[in-house]
Write a protein that binds this ligand. Structure first.
Ligand code: SF4
Length: 357
């Protein structure tokens, strides 16, 4: 497909021709195989707490959703889940929770990360242990640094939208876009492999907005992308908003493919939301260039309390693994599967590798 111009991107996003979509996916798949290969890496996802101090208009975990029963896993429970993932060959996990203003939560997480790192290193011939991604929202620079020092080396902080008017339409005024961008830059500065992403198909989101989001990803030089379709949750203000919307599923596939073509060496997730919105979501997400899948390891009895959106679908890890292989991709087990973009562009990579020696 060569270099894609802004006009091409706009035309593709505006098109409802399935032939255009098919050609786009083919080009993205080719580009992915040439640049990051055919491996799909697994990140065991542990949603360790659903407490949240924020009030994003779209999210079922928002503080003002008083219908939701809150939970927080104990340290030993989290460590056990992580080690189980490790022994099953997933050499990376992602620890995720709502955002909190409580510094005790960060102290707790630092301990969790350190313990997982120590235990998994002891159990690992190469002594690298588990690769740990965090996704716990906006924190202070020093807090990010402490988590990095404890052994986490990737961080996912979705911007949700980098377009100021759209960001404002889905967040209360106390949550600021500039603050979130500062956090992304802090993470990069510390040395994390940094990931972001948006929601696709939001009420009022236009093709022009999406074009700007793609520019934002490139400008911020991110290493990882995690994004998915907007799926409403009934206990949120945004679910009541009626406005024009792009097709969340097809537009997500197009955005994934366009990201792969314009940022060929990043790691990109085929999200659970994408898998939830359509039975073919995983397969199509991989075809569109995604090379990361995050099986949910959160214990079954509490999974329902971690609904950012509704109708979330759970597939067993084995089912996911089978589906990945049946689509013609190789499971990247027993390795971290770090972002190639990061390896190529970041001096800190060496430092992070030294940490593991
Ligand atoms: S998106 Fe994150 S920060 Fe916002 S309400 Fe949900 S869990 Fe909290």
């Amino acid at each position: 497909m060569g270099m894609i111009s802004s006009d091409d991107i706009v035309n593709i996003l505006n098109s409802d021709d399935l032939q255009v979509l098919q050609e786009l996916l083919q080009a993205a798949d080719k580009c992915r195989r040439e640049n990051v290969g055919d491996k799909v890496y697994l990140r065991g996802l542990i949603e360790f707490s659903n407490y949240c101090d924020r009030n994003c208009f779209y999210c079922g975990l928002r503080k003002n959703n008083h219908q939701l029963e809150r939970y927080r896993l104990r340290k030993d429970e989290i460590v056990e889940l992580a080690m189980l993932a490790f022994k099953s060959g997933y050499h990376s996990i992602c620890l995720q929770s709502g955002e909190t203003d409580n510094s005790f939560e960060v102290d707790f997480l630092v301990e969790v990360v350190r313990e997982i790192k120590d235990l998994s290193r002891e159990a690992d011939e190469d002594a690298r242990g588990l690769g740990i991604t965090l996704s716990v929202g906006e924190l202070e620079y020093r807090q990010y640094e402490r988590l990095w020092e404890a052994g986490a080396h990737r961080y996912l902080l979705r911007i949700e939208s980098s377009v100021p008017e759209l960001f404002k339409s889905i967040h209360p005024p106390s949550q600021r876009l500039e603050q979130r961008i500062d956090c992304l830059r802090a993470l990069k500065d510390i040395g994390y492999q940094t990931g972001t992403g948006i929601m696709i198909g939001l009420p009022g989101q236009t093709v022009e907005h999406l074009l700007r989001e793609l520019e934002f990803f490139r400008q911020e030089d991110v290493d990882m992308l995690g994004m998915g379709p907007y799926i409403p949750h009934h206990a949120t203000p945004l679910s009541k908003v009626k406005a024009e919307q792009l097709d969340p599923y097809l537009t997500t596939l197009k955005i994934l493919a366009l990201c792969r073509l314009t940022m060929p060496d990043v790691n990109m997730v085929a999200s659970t939301a994408l898998q939830s919105i359509d039975p073919e979501g995983l397969r199509m997400g991989l075809k569109a260039g995604a090379n990361i899948v995050m099986p949910i390891l959160t214990p079954e009895d509490i999974r329902e309390k971690y609904y950012l959106y509704e109708h979330k679908k759970f597939k067993k890890s084995e089912e996911l693994a089978e589906e990945i292989s049946s689509c013609g991709y190789t499971l990247g087990l027993w390795e971290w599967g770090d972002s190639l973009h990061y390896k190529r562009t970041t001096l800190q990579y060496r430092a992070s590798m030294e940490k593991t020696e």
